[in-house]
Design a protein around this ligand. Structure first.
Ligand SMILES: Nc1ncnc2c1ncn2[C@@H]1O[C@H](COP(=O)(O)OP(=O)(O)OP(=O)(O)O)[C@@H](O)[C@H]1O
Length: 313
């Protein structure tokens, strides 16, 4: 594996706040690595340590085999979370300005077209919508056709269609060998883009893995969420032994329901005379992984045995 990014026991404190408490990871060439975690978990601090914009208290980092402060800037792209360029330049002028900082840069109009801003090339940055501004910022980070791209919450404020087109752009970049280090609060974004995901919580990397593997390991069970008009009792519901059900404020949730058990479960509810308004089958995703590993509660976690009516044999 050709390691492009390496963090080794990185620690960084701001006064009493320990933003990074010994983070180690490595990212391979061409990989899209998604970093998730609650507000204040240390994601931006980690990006800053990897890009040489902050100095860790201890530990080490390397990018493309060099210290982040001495790596060839021509090969890196960085979109910070709170980046605001000059407002009284048009989108084209802005991109051309940033392209001018590099020996070898891409064509500004091509960059604007890549991020879906070809029609807004002559609009002042300050007159672009919030989502268009973010897209213009992404175009700037691509001016030098970087080998490694850091995107700190790239699609915040971008509408769903714009977000999807940027996801395709990131896919294309990764397919061409660009290594992408992405932070995001959108689980859908990370699930869609990342080859591997790291969950940072209180300065520590709690888990790292392929999204599917993390979901299988930490995501909990499939469940059938049943909404009923009236409150119900589970006394007469005869479920297969592998399933468990819980009465909720909305009706009943049945846990452990695989695709093959949906029919049996619905029949058991019908046989017990339960009248439902809606039935939704839910599979766990990265959101469930996130919530369970950060210790937050979420609807759909199988409750403790005492609160659950188990199935019959
Ligand atoms: N320059 C700084 N001075 C003081 N404290 C800081 C500084 N930068 C970060 N912190 C603190 O370090 C912790 C981690 O912050 P960081 O911005 O890395 O988190 P984050 O995971 O990126 O959060 P968010 O999702 O809200 O962007 C927070 O408690 C933050 O207040």
């Amino acid at each position: 594996m050709n390691e492009v990014l390496v963090a080794d026991d990185l620690r960084k404190s701001y006064g009493d706040v320990e933003a990074l408490s010994g983070v180690s990871l490595s990212v391979a060439e061409g990989e899209v690595f998604g970093l998730i975690g609650p507000n204040g978990a240390g994601k931006t601090t980690l990006v800053r340590a990897l890009t040489g914009t902050t100095t860790p208290d201890s530990g080490s980092a390397s990018v493309l085999g060099s210290d982040p402060t001495s790596v060839d800037r021509q090969r890196l792209g960085l979109l910070p979370q709170d980046f605001t360029p000059a407002g009284r330049l048009t989108a084209r002028e802005l991109v051309a300005y940033y392209a001018g900082l590099y020996d070898d840069a891409r064509d500004p109009d091509e960059l604007l077209s890549d991020v879906g801003l070809a029609d807004a090339a002559d609009t002042w940055y300050e007159n672009l919508s919030g989502g268009q501004q973010r897209r213009a910022c992404i175009a700037l980070t691509l001016a030098n056709d970087p080998d490694v791209l850091f995107l700190d919450e790239p699609t915040t404020g971008i509408d769903p269609a714009g977000r999807r087109s940027l996801w395709s752009l990131i896919d294309d970049l990764a397919a061409r060998g660009t290594t992408v280090f992405l932070t995001s609060h959108s689980m859908a974004e990370v699930e869609r883009l990342a080859d591997r995901v790291g969950l940072l919580n209180e300065g520590q990397l709690v888990t790292v893995g392929h999204p599917d593997d993390l979901v299988a390991e930490h995501g909990g069970e499939n469940r059938l969420v049943v909404q009923t008009a009236d409150s119900i009792s589970l006394d007469d519901v005869s479920l297969p032994a592998s399933l468990a059900a819980e009465v909720t404020a909305e009706g009943v949730t049945v846990y452990g329901v695989g695709p093959r058990e949906i029919g049996t479960t619905v029949s058991a509810l019908d046989d017990a005379g339960i009248v439902y308004e809606s039935l939704v089958w839910k599979q766990p995703g990265l959101e469930e992984v996130y919530l369970s590993l950060t210790g937050e509660q979420f609807e759909g976690a199988r409750p403790t045995a005492a609160a659950v009516a188990g199935g019959s044999q």
